[in-house]
Design a binder for this molecule. Sequence first.
Ligand code: DP6
Length: 321
Amino acid sequence: MKITAKAPANIAFIKYWGKKDEKLRLPANGSISMNLSEVFTTTTVEFDNKLKNDTVKIDGRYVKDREKLRVVNHLERIRKIAKVKKRARVESKNNFPRGTGIASSASGFAALTLAASKAAGLNLSEKELSVLARMGSGSACRSIPDGFVEWKIGNTSGSSYAHSLHPANYWSVCDVVAIVGEKKKEVSSTRGHTIANSSPFYKTRISGMREKVSGLKKALKNKDFTKFGEIVEEDAINMHAVMMTSSPPLFYWSPETIELSLEVKSWRHKGIECYFTIDAGPNMHIICKERDVLRINRKLKNVKAVRRVIINKSAIGVRVV
Ligand code: DP6
């Protein structure tokens, strides 16, 4: 069977940084995210008797080495569960630049998990899909359920998965992504996770996470945008402080990232309530209310460093298309 699935990227409001079990991809802390409506991966998988090896095409190009191996390893997990021996043809397309901090591994592994498991004849539950997607890339488990999502740490593989806190239409929060760089990052987040605990601030970060997660959940429940935005911005800066003080230090920010963070702060002081968050890349996610999106977009047009803007609402999770 040939199956196509589409999965959104997600933006973490509370970030996942550091693992307590690398092999199983169990995170050191819980995280919370929102699926993005305009950045997604569409993946088609077909198992074929005639194939000698798996083939993996991403954005029109056959990938090899490490990039291919990660996909093949994921197919292996699915073949094992489905007791299928056939090799697969995988074709995946992103509608945004890969490896620049817009969570392509999240949407990529979420789409691959659903397409490959269905193509192998499995009919997995949302929880099972989320567990499986997590093994491919941690943040991918959050692109399985709809809307606003929580990934609980869990102690075993089966108990570390994401679930929906609120549906996509719960709150009209937007993520305006300002793209300032499309160059692939030098250090992958997978590598970054492994050195997180070399930062002297890492322990402090982790020790405050439980409280932060419950604070953000409460702000979401009360639709308290100010509290929500303050926690989101603080957690991004906190994570990047850990990254920058790791050994070796990881700087995902570029001068444009700092320039934009100061802009966001000044817009806020002028009455446009918005907050920023940044993943493992230089691009800026500006979190705002829907009514301010156009004003922010106009302001971004005046910032020279911004090459492209993508306006996202909250979205549903992975689906077969
Ligand atoms: C900074 O999910 O890409 O985007 O599990 O090794 O694939 P792996 O890491 P990944 O890490 C994402 C890190 C982040 C924060 C987040 O999305 O929570």
